[in-house]
Design a protein around this ligand. Structure first.
Ligand code: GLN
Length: 276
């Protein structure tokens, strides 16, 4: 739980000051009605710690990324305030379930299993899961994982995918709480591969190329699931099932507005240049 400590530290030191966003005045009538309902409330939103390009700390330790900017734009559009709780992915889901946060935005896949305990917003980003290795690795296909160890991230869809095929391909897994520590295990050679969301791994690989190796990862994607796989699931914002319908509506209304006015595309294009 190294990064949980990291995240919590920033909640106190930085986020309280810099990430409590203040929404502007709502423009449409429905937005005004929603804004009235949300008046005076500051929602607590839980998120992951290191999941670029969706949420990550920049050089000034401010949380940035697609999720962070979407949330901010939606909050401004709908006139609500929020404070951010970057605690890690699995911890973020637990935060919401325990009532410590009102909602979660964390590149969270909308799955049938999760729909039993969470209510999701409209999907806002398509994703699949992939298997990645260090560049130059002799692992070229899943069958090459036989007898080897791979790194997975606790509570994720990619972990579920790994678990569902590990007997078939004969590999073992080690579980990590955050993507960056999971990647380090591959760098260190303890694991020959990691399982991750494809947009996140693709971003890390493109960052490595774009920054001449200063950022990102010198990794390669071995394979990813097909778009019709049960592990190809879009991301959604989530609240506890049956609770916070008001916040979910604010999110959905704001998402529709920022899609219509081009803000959504602007945000995504800022982080993902070629594919979207
Ligand atoms: N999309 C994946 C899931 O929901 C991983 C999310 C994450 O690691 N932040 O399981």
């Amino acid at each position: 739980m190294k990064l949980k400590t990291f995240g919590t530290m920033f909640v106190g030191a930085v986020f309280a000051a810099s990430l409590v966003a203040c929404g502007g005045s709502a423009s449409s009538e429905s937005a005004e009605a929603s804004a009235d309902a949300a008046e005076g409330k500051t929602y607590t939103i839980a998120t992951d710690t290191a999941f670029a390009p969706f949420e990550y700390a920049d050089a000034s330790n401010n949380y940035v990324g697609i999720d962070m900017e979407l949330l901010d734009a939606i909050a401004k559009d709908q006139g609500f305030d929020y404070s951010l709780n970057p605690v890690g992915f699995d911890a973020a889901l637990q935060n919401v379930q325990a009532g410590q946060a009102d909602g979660v935005i964390a590149g969270m896949s909308i799955t049938e299993e999760r729909e039993k305990i969470f209510d999701f917003s409209e999907p806002y980003y398509d994703s699949t899961v992939c298997c990645a290795v260090k560049s130059g690795s002799d692992i070229k296909a899943l069958k090459d994982l036989k007898g080897k160890n791979v790194a997975v991230k606790n509570g994720t869809q990619s972990q579920k995918w790994a678990d569902s095929i590990k007997d078939k391909y004969g590999f073992t897994t080690t579980t990590f709480d955050s993507s960056d520590v999971m990647y380090q295990d591959v760098d260190a050679g303890n694991s020959v591969a990691c399982f991750e969301d494809t947009p996140v791994m693709s971003y890390a690989i493109s960052q490595y190329a774009d920054t001449n190796g200063k950022e990102g990862k010198d990794f390669a994607i071995v394979t990813q699931v097909d778009s019709d796989s049960e592990f190809a699931t879009p991301y959604g914002f989530a609240v506890n099932k049956g609770e916070n319908a008001e916040l979910l509506k604010l999110f959905n209304d704001g998402l529709a507005n920022i899609k219509a006015n081009g803000t959504y595309d602007e945000i995504v294009n800022k982080y993902v240049k070629s594919t979207k």
